[in-house]
Design a protein around this ligand. Structure first.
Ligand code: PHB
Length: 387
């Protein structure tokens, strides 16, 4: 009779082991919702490759579990975003969502993730509301808020003594938020934005707006474009001769992953971002070497953000020993991690956004070279996140 409790506890232990084993054997399903076509296509590919590089470096597994990928091309189209994210949530039944680049798309993803209690890691889109009023324990960003690099650029341009600046960007959430951050930083230094110019996303008809800049003659222009559109904008700005008289600034997206295509037009451009190509640390050097070996391409900031999205997921999975049902253990470990990123170490705020150094960089050859720390340990301002 004495053996009965022993048997019972042995059976219970077996059951528990069985449950972990069943989960342990199944791959973790990662849903990548990214732009694979359109002006942000290169950004989407960089993010995917960065994510996969980290997983590969761990032997293809995180916390002992294989990773299985499901992909949707979101085309950077917010009107298709809810349908697209539901393909991953409902059809593919993924365990975790990773996406996206475009703020409008990411806002729809965040809503769907909240509605279905899905884990979401955002490897680019900077929409401030996602780590503000829409915050959730299950939503974490590995990238930036649109305010962060913009504010830093405003501070730097203000320090240069600029009093009258103009801005130019697309008319959508990220454009409006980046202009707001820049204006705030510039005003701190006593400067002013005299006019904001916009065009619809993903338009590239810059000519009339460049004419307007030429006639207003500001002391500086702040521009946010990215991907293929950034290539065209920087070239058009130089072709109009504006680069000779009115210095162009922007968040680093203006020149990240685009310098080869921009050629001479981008040389010397100063931008602010949470990454610089030539950060001479063992972490960044090995990341860039491995990325180049695996994908025959130079890593841009988007690759770093994808890589760090996988690092953040790994931190959660390791704490939960690969058991996704331990949601609270998983998400709190994801928030508490200090990410050993190629950009430098960073932490995650309570609202789920990186707290990080923003660098001033200068385009030289095919690199955005580090010049200085523009703002150290910059946290996005509190935006009413309540969990
Ligand atoms: C955004 O929509 O939030 C966005 C897109 C591209 C970038 C940066 C931000 O390079």
């Amino acid at each position: 009779m004495k053996t009965l409790p022993k048997l019972a506890s042995a059976a219970a232990a077996l059951c528990a082991a069985g449950a972990t084993l069943a989960q342990g054997n199944a791959p973790i399903k990662v849903g990548l919702m990214l732009p694979y076509t359109g002006t942000f296509a290169a950004l989407g590919n960089m993010i995917e490759n960065g994510f996969k590089l980290y997983v590969q470096e761990q032997g293809g597994k995180l916390a002992g579990r294989e990773i299985q990928y499901f992909k949707v091309d979101d085309e950077s189209d917010p009107s298709k975003a809810t349908d697209n994210v539901n393909k991953l949530i409902k059809r593919d039944q993924v365990d975790v969502l990773v996406g996206s680049v475009h703020s409008g798309v990411a806002l729809a993803m965040a809503k769907a993730a909240r509605d279905s209690n899905m884990l979401l890691i955002i490897p680019n889109a900077g929409a401030v509301d996602i780590t503000g009023p829409m915050c959730s324990p299950s939503i974490i960003r590995s990238s930036f808020s649109n305010w962060q690099p913009a504010y830093a650029m405003g501070i730097v341009v203000g320090q240069k003594g600029v009093k009258r600046a103009m801005t130019i960007t697309w008319n959508y959430a990220a454009g409006a938020e980046t202009v707001k951050g820049f204006t705030e930083g510039l005003e701190k230094g006593g400067g002013k934005v005299i006019k904001d110019l916009t065009l619809p996303f993903p338009g590239v008809e810059f000519q009339a707006l460049l004419t307007e800049i030429a006639s207003q003659k500001p002391e500086a222009v702040y521009a946010f474009f990215a991907g293929a559109a950034a290539v065209k904008f920087v070239k058009d700005y130089a072709a109009a001769g504006l680069n000779k008289t009115i210095p162009l600034y922007g968040p680093g997206f203006l020149t990240d992953g685009t310098l080869e295509a921009q050629g001479a037009a981008a040389q010397g451009l100063q931008t602010t971002l949470h990454y610089a190509d030539n950060l001479d640390t063992p972490r960044n050097n090995s990341f860039r070497k491995n990325f180049a070996l695996a994908y025959k391409a130079n890593a841009a900031v988007y690759a770093v953000q994808g890589y760090d999205a996988a690092q953040i997921l790994a931190a959660g999975l390791n704490a939960a020993k690969g058991d996704l049902t331990k949601r609270e253990v998983l998400t709190s470990a994801m928030r508490k991690v200090t990410v050993d990123s190629p950009r430098g170490k960073f932490t995650i705020s309570n609202a789920g956004n990186p707290v990080q150094d923003i660098y001033l960089r200068e385009a030289k050859g095919i690199n955005n070279e580090y010049k200085a720390v523009a703002v150290k340990g910059l946290a996005d301002p509190a935006r009413g996140c309540k969990m």
